[in-house]
Design a protein around this ligand. Structure first.
Ligand SMILES: Nc1ncnc2[nH]cnc12
Ligand SMILES: [Zn+2]
Length: 329
């Protein structure tokens, strides 16, 4: 079997997916119309023109604007269900889904509206497609620590539905240290900590995420490669890295997929996984991310199997569930 044949059919897990980043233009048009909200695009060509990014901030401006049309519980349900339908097509059997409550609560949408819509889709996906999932509530790092504390408070009635907390949005100038106290409080509440680090920001932010936020996994982490001591530590401590190849090229963190460091990271012994980040904006869901890397980096079947194994091993599933899935790969 070739690596390409293998990846298309094998059960796999996605560990880095922003649900707001799976908002396809067609669904955005539909929801905008029913909620009577103007969006700056009339056609798919307009969208394609707008979705040309030169850095993370460029993308975030467009991504937050898109999320503005999400108002009702049904909107969050539709958004999440569309992602699960894609998972079912690709044999993604487990998904660890990030959501950004502040993107919505800042606009006057209740926390309960967001999570109830997402939760209903999760339950249905489990029943209909057998897809397991868990939620990562992400704090927006361009906002204040106080704002994040308020979000933590709002989440408490729904603690049983949320596995982890994350940190996303504009990385440069917003170091992990800004959120040390709110992560401490989140851990006390039982949330597992993760954070975006080393996507655009320096290796120093990865050290901060490890030492100050006590993270269990790093989102992206590519810039660890500038610091051999840090690489060694990540290997020794078996820290999972949720790498997002098509995101990295779309946001110009990597100039071309042929130059993506995924294979190098794997060769160094880093516990890398492949993920889609914001697939509606970056041109591909999970399988396409694998396919692009297989083709550009000439990954072997063994290497792809290793990546798929990592996707379960570095998930937040129970040891028993990990075993169950690993038997299938
Ligand atoms: N790639 C990314 N980096 C930081 N914040 C994000 N929010 C959604 N996608 C993101
Ligand atoms: Zn991300």
């Amino acid at each position: 079997m070739t690596a390409l044949e293998y990846i298309k059919q094998v059960p796999k897990a996605e560990l880095h997916l922003h649900i707001e980043g799976s908002f396809e233009p067609e669904l955005m048009f539909e929801i905008a119309q029913r909620n009577k909200i103007e969006i700056p695009y009339a056609t798919i060509e307009d969208v394609n023109k707008a979705y040309q990014f030169s850095n993370l901030q460029d993308f975030l401006d467009i991504y937050y604007a898109g999320a503005n049309v999400l108002i009702h519980e049904q909107d969050f349900y539709d958004l999440t269900m569309a992602y699960f339908k894609q998972c079912a097509k690709e044999n993604v059997l487990h998904a660890e889904i990030m959501f950004d409550p502040q993107t919505h609560t800042k606009r006057g949408v209740e926390f309960s509206t967001v999570i109830n819509g997402i939760q209903r889709a999760r339950e249905e996906a489990e029943k209909e497609f057998g897809i397991s999932s868990l939620l990562i509530m992400s704090y927006l790092r361009h906002l204040s620590e106080e704002d994040a504390f308020e979000t933590l408070q709002q989440s408490l009635p729904y603690k049983h539905l949320i596995k982890a907390v994350g940190l996303d949005s504009s990385e440069k100038g917003n170091p992990p240290s800004k959120f040390q106290r709110v992560f401490e409080a989140s851990i006390k509440e039982g949330y597992v900590p993760v954070a975006h680090a080393g996507e655009e920001g320096p290796a120093e932010y990865i050290y901060e995420a490890l030492d100050l936020l006590k993270i269990a996994r790093i989102d992206h982490g590519n810039n660890c490669l500038t610091d051999p001591k840090l690489v060694e530590r990540l290997v020794q401590e078996k820290i999972g890295l949720t790498v997002c190849p098509l995101s990295n090229t779309a946001l110009r963190n990597v100039d071309h997929i042929d130059n993506h460091p995924l294979k190098k990271m794997l060769d160094l012994g880093l516990k890398v996984t492949v993920n889609s980040d914001d697939p509606a904006y970056f041109g591909g869901y999970l399988t396409q991310n694998y396919i692009s890397c297989i083709e550009a980096l000439d990954l072997s079947l063994q290497e792809v199997k290793q990546l798929v194994r990592h996707s379960f091993e570095y998930s937040f599933l129970s040891e028993q569930d990990k075993e169950k899935f690993l038997k299938m790969v």
